[in-house]
Write a protein that binds this ligand. Structure first.
Ligand SMILES: [Zn+2]
Length: 152
């Protein structure tokens, strides 16, 4: 596999075993079996927002030979009347809710919950990548070692 080769599974593909390459089947299973995070208490606002771009590649803790891409989530903050930006795992859809500390310097703002627009929300079409998408690639060093071994 080329070092730069990405595997992109749409939300629908990720649910169809036949569409998932053998090499990443354990990873997809791990993602799908993760406990869903929801807001524990409704004491703070829930800000839904848009996945505006893709961030760097991150190592997969449980699968050291693989990396995944993270997205940037922009949420509109009514407290600050501006957008705040947070990292978001692309495979988490609008059913997942996570707590974030504000990236503003306003000490009166003690955090909030964030999530992504759901399919039923008007903002859904603005996502640069649809929530629920899995983007993976073999870790660069691991892929290069394999290529070297193959060439010998
Ligand atoms: Zn704010």
């Amino acid at each position: 596999m080329r070092p730069d080769k990405q595997i992109i599974l749409s939300p629908a593909d990720a649910r169809r075993p036949a569409a998932v390459p053998d090499a990443v089947r354990p990873i997809v299973k791990w993602i799908q079996n993760r406990p869903m995070r929801r807001a524990a208490a409704k004491t703070k606002p829930l800000l839904r927002g848009t996945l505006i771009d893709l961030d760097g590649w991150w190592p997969f803790p449980d699968f050291p030979d693989w990396e995944f891409r993270e997205a940037n989530l922009a949420v509109w903050c009514p407290h600050c009347a501006t957008f705040h930006y947070h990292g978001w795992d692309t495979w988490d859809d609008g059913a997942v809710v996570e707590h974030r500390e504000s990236d503003s310097n306003d000490s009166a703002e003690s955090g909030y919950y964030v999530s992504v627009w759901r399919q039923s929300d008007p903002g859904y079409s603005a996502h640069i990548v649809k929530p629920g998408t899995i983007i993976l690639r073999e870790r660069q060093a691991a892929a290069q070692q394999k290529d070297l071994a193959h060439a010998q």
